[in-house]
Design a protein around this ligand. Structure first.
Ligand code: AMP
Length: 299
């Protein structure tokens, strides 16, 4: 008996599936069998160039579901900037190697553009109740329409029970929760903590594009966030904003795009601290052409 069959015989409820599916037709039959088993599916959407941050989402999904589907798809409609889309790291071979550490219950789905956009590459427009107009929405027009469109396709095709998103993209996490309400998808949205490099820099596929000196200087982002957390509630927010702006002005590699302290649920900028509310500080900054974002819970 082959090892895989032995393992399967010990886990009679789990079938073995081929791991990588290059289009929706290929995964369809497997989805049908999984549904017949009444097994649960955890979904982890990614744009590839996988790192430990992605892997932590997959591990959480694996612990909480019978099967996990990891998608790799660089979604054109969520890029408001063609150069950023073109320069986005594409490392599928490496990604598949990394995913080999998981067993056959972790399925990789690499859809075709036609699977996700059968009627051409256009975004649907969503009214997320205003959260789409803050921060990322303000600086990346159309971005959250693209996110809503691609996830609408994925949720409709794959029908996962649970879907996992990183708090690294905290505004996106809130947008996805809203999308699920609007579209009435039967899926739980689960937020996962931010994984960081030893330097404190939030892990990101875009970090692969940084030069050594940009990488070195990018640690400022988390340093500043930690400073703001330390002084939140004691220094007033204008003073903090000034200090953050100065820290970036004095940095040779980074340009601040925005710094904001916002209410976690509305994502509106802080007016006055209220006891029963949760706040986060958010930063977007450029290191050369590379746009980096990060955030931290303040209370
Ligand atoms: P991306 O491939 O950048 O679209 O990210 C796919 C998912 O991984 C999103 O839900 C991200 O929020 C999440 N993610 C990316 N970087 C990190 C990180 N450093 N820690 C935790 N989750 C992350």
């Amino acid at each position: 008996m082959q090892i895989e069959q032995i393992i399967l015989s010990l886990q009679p409820n789990r079938k073995s599936y081929m791991r990588v599916f290059n289009n929706f037709n290929a995964i369809k039959e497997t989805l049908t069998s999984i549904n017949e088993e009444e097994a649960t599916i955890g979904f982890v959407p990614t744009m590839g160039a996988l790192h430990e941050g992605h892997l932590s989402l997959i591990k959480t999904a694996y612990a909480e579901n019978d099967y996990v589907i990891v998608s790799i798809f660089i979604n054109p409609t969520q890029f408001n900037n063609r150069e950023d889309f073109d320069a986005y790291p594409r490392t599928v071979d490496q990604d598949l190697k990394l995913l080999e550490q998981f067993d056959n219950n972790v399925l990789t789905f690499i859809p075709l553009v036609e699977d996700i956009y059968p009627n051409g590459i256009v975004s649907q427009h969503f009214d997320y109740g205003g959260i789409e107009n803050q921060m990322e929405g303000k600086f990346r027009p159309g971005h959250f329409d693209g996110v809503g469109t691609v996830l609408t396709s994925f949720f409709t095709l794959l029908k996962p029970n649970n879907a996992y998103f990183g708090e690294k993209d905290f505004q996106q996490l809130q947008i996805v929760k809203k999308l699920v309400q609007i579209q009435k998808f039967d899926v739980n949205i689960i937020g996962c903590p931010i994984l960081r490099e030893a330097s404190g820099l939030a892990m990101s596929s875009r970090n692969k594009r940084l030069s050594d000196s940009q990488l070195q200087e990018s640690r400022l982002i988390f340093k500043v966030l930690k400073y703001v957390k330390e002084h939140f509630g004691t220094k007033n927010d204008n003073e903090l904003l000034q200090e953050v702006q100065n820290a970036f002005k004095n940095n040779s590699e980074l340009t601040l795009e925005y710094f904001e302290i916002a209410d976690e649920s509305t994502l509106r900028p802080l007016q006055k601290i209220e006891n029963n509310k949760k706040y986060r500080a958010f930063i977007a900054a450029f290191a050369g052409e590379v746009r980096l974002i990060d955030n931290i819970a303040l209370n």
